[in-house]
Design a protein around this ligand. Structure first.
Ligand code: ATP
Length: 597
């Protein structure tokens, strides 16, 4: 199919007496020969698509036809393997951020952020789009009113009905007042009234010149909303035209629907003379003359109802006609895959992810703070003070509790940082899928990773600060340099946050964390010099323990909290900083595979 750079008015459907509208000259979507494979399967196979600015375009086709894959390409979250795609004038693979700043996406899945409230979903998304706190709050209130959710502003999204959740996703897609709105099956779950409201809302938006692309399985939605439709089948374009033209080019003008003859029974002669389709147990018989069709069908004694052929009839016809294309789902040719631009993380966008985590923390701090603050305190009481009563401290150069207290400070830094980037990030990535929504805004996977690392370090600071205050009050932080331990332990937190994030990027099931915690963090905690000097370990184990980041963190804490040995502290700090610099690159790009491929 050849794609015009602009729409030629000479090609308008004047023959079909469609309303004459000024034909826009710019293309909002200009995709040529797009291909994308998932594994060995070609999900989109040579699709070309041109949608004029201000147009309303429907993508239809059976399950698995490639509609969502194509929509993800249009939303610049998935790069085509080959072909070219310009969205709103930008190359979607080279400049995805510029595309995402100007589009709104209503995804098929319920990707709202369930950890925060309905209104916060909108204010947070406004921040992802660079709105100030005040502007995003005003926009959220306006959109809640538009979609009729004002009364639910302070509800948790999961408590809304399915239709209301869908409306929340629609409101979220409008936060940045987009020029192009991509809706993947937007009316799924809406009641008839909700669907009419959605259509009215989309009409209002389109009246202001916005471009609309909608995938749907409801053909009346396409007929009602769209001025263009592309039929996909097995990843390829089967037909593209205006809905009226598609019907006119595919089936005769009228159809009568009767019971299909039983298997083995002959098709009646009046139907045999005409174009017909069997759909389930119904027979659709077409003719360009309604009167002739009604008269003849009547002769058969059934109760026929002659009606104009619809888009659904045309789709049935296309589905049943053999295609000239090669067989569906053919293996993808082994061509090199075109890469999507890999942006360096943006601290400003990462700060918005950090802010979202802070919003959540402000709500749930009571439940997260208690275990995190008190676990090291209980360990100190039981192991340092309790067990320490039986330990001869002279070999350690201090009381056993004095020995254990700074070690537990390092463990607090490690745990404070690592928890956030393991379970919490995994749930957002794999289950709640709230990051899937974030990456439809200018936020990129590397921004999310940096934001989560920043949040992990914030927790690390808070927890080590409070724990240090507690041990200082108990007399276990005698050195004047003790307060320096809180910022100095940040590189230790960063090493473990990076390791946790890299691990999270590789695991498929949440159970895998039991390996990370049981086989990595627990042995490190027990063997890295927190409870006894590593010199007591057998030689091979000692070499491993002494090279571990936690051991360096423990010695760093001990140097600053107990002995005041700044020279020793500087050595450990340099070692930890070096390791964190090695890990930060892989950590920043660890989420990319899940979110943009
Ligand atoms: N992430 C993925 N990994 C592997 N295969 C995938 C992935 N996403 C899609 N596919 C496959 O690609 C094909 C096209 O899927 P896609 O979701 O684009 O179809 P669709 O037309 O949107 O279907 P539906 O109407 O059911 O939403 C399907 O065969 C699907 O199984």
């Amino acid at each position: 199919m050849s794609i015009p750079n602009s729409v030629d008015p000479a090609n308008a459907d004047t023959a079909l007496a469609e309303p004459l509208v000024p034909v826009p000259r710019l293309l909002a979507v200009d995709g040529r020969d797009l291909r994308r494979r998932h594994g060995a399967h070609l999900a989109v196979d040579g699709v070309s698509i041109a949608i004029p600015a201000g147009g309303r375009h429907g993508l239809v086709g059976p399950n698995g036809a490639g509609k969502t894959t194509l929509m993800r390409m249009l939303s610049a979250t998935l790069a085509p393997d080959s072909g070219s795609l310009r969205v709103l004038g930008h190359d979607a693979a080279r400049d995805p951020r510029a595309v995402k700043a100007r589009i709104g996406v209503v995804p098929q899945g319920m990707t709202y952020d369930n950890e925060i409230l309905v209104r916060e979903n909108l204010t947070t998304f406004g921040r992802y789009h660079g709105l100030s706190g005040r502007a995003s709050a005003a926009r959220a209130d306006e959109l809640l009113a538009t979609v009729g959710l004002t009364a639910y502003a302070r509800a948790r999204p999961e408590t809304l009905s399915g239709g209301m959740q869908r409306r929340l996703l629609i409101a979220r897609a409008l936060v940045n007042d987009p020029d192009l709105i991509l809706l993947d099956e937007p009316s799924t779950g809406l009641d008839p009234e909700g669907r009419l409201l959605l259509w009215d809302l989309l009409d209002t938006l389109c009246a202001t010149g916005k471009t609309l692309v909608v995938t749907t399985h409801y053909m009346e939605e396409v007929e009602r909303l769209c001025d263009g439709v592309t039929v996909l089948r097995a990843g390829r374009v089967r037909h593209t035209a205006s809905p009226r033209r598609l019907v006119a080019e595919t089936v005769p003008r009228y159809v009568v629907e009767v019971d299909a003859p039983r298997p083995g029974s002959p098709v009646p002669a009046w139907a045999r003379r005409r174009e017909r389709l069997r759909v389930g147990n119904r027979l659709l018989v077409f003719d360009d003359s309604a009167t002739g069709l009604a008269a003849e069908a009547d002769l058969q004694g059934s109760e026929p109802m002659v009606r104009p052929s619809s888009l659904q009839d045309a789709l049935h016809a296309l589905d049943q006609r053999p295609s000239a294309d090669p067989p569906a789902g053919r293996p993808a040719p082994a061509a090199p895959r075109r890469r999507r631009t890999l942006y360096p993380p943006s601290p400003a966008l990462a700060a918005r992810i950090w802010w979202r985590d802070l919003t959540l923390f402000r709500k749930s701090y009571k439940t997260t703070i208690v275990p995190n603050f008190f676990e090291p305190v209980f360990s100190l009481a039981a192991l340092g003070i309790g067990l320490g009563f039986y330990v001869n401290g002279s070999a350690l150069g201090s009381s056993y509790a004095n020995f254990v207290a700074p070690g537990l400070l390092a463990v607090t830094a490690m745990n404070g940082a690592v928890f956030e980037v393991t379970y919490n990030v995994f749930v957002r990535l794999r289950h709640a899928r709230s990051y899937d929504a974030a990456v439809t805004s200018p936020v990129e996977p590397a921004d999310i990773a940096l934001g989560e690392l920043m949040w992990a370090l914030t927790r690390c600071l808070v927890y080590t600060g409070v724990y240090l205050a507690i041990i200082a009050a108990m007399g276990y932080a005698p050195a004047g340099t003790a307060v320096l331990a809180v910022p100095a332990l940040l590189p230790l937190g960063l090493v473990f946050a990076c390791a946790g994030l890299i691990f999270t990027g590789t695991v498929r099931a949440i159970n895998a964390y039991s390996y990370f915690y049981t086989l990595v963090l627990t042995p490190l905690t027990l063997l890295s010099g927190v409870f006894f000097p590593t010199a007591r370990l057998p030689a091979p184990l000692r070499a491993v323990a002494e090279a571990s980041p936690l051991r360096h963190g423990v010695e760093l804490a001990r140097a600053l909290v107990t002995t005041g040995d700044l020279r020793a502290a500087a050595g450990h700090l340099a070692w930890l900083t070096g390791i964190s610099l090695v890990l930060i690159g892989p950590a920043l790009y660890s989420l990319r595979r899940h979110l943009c491929s």
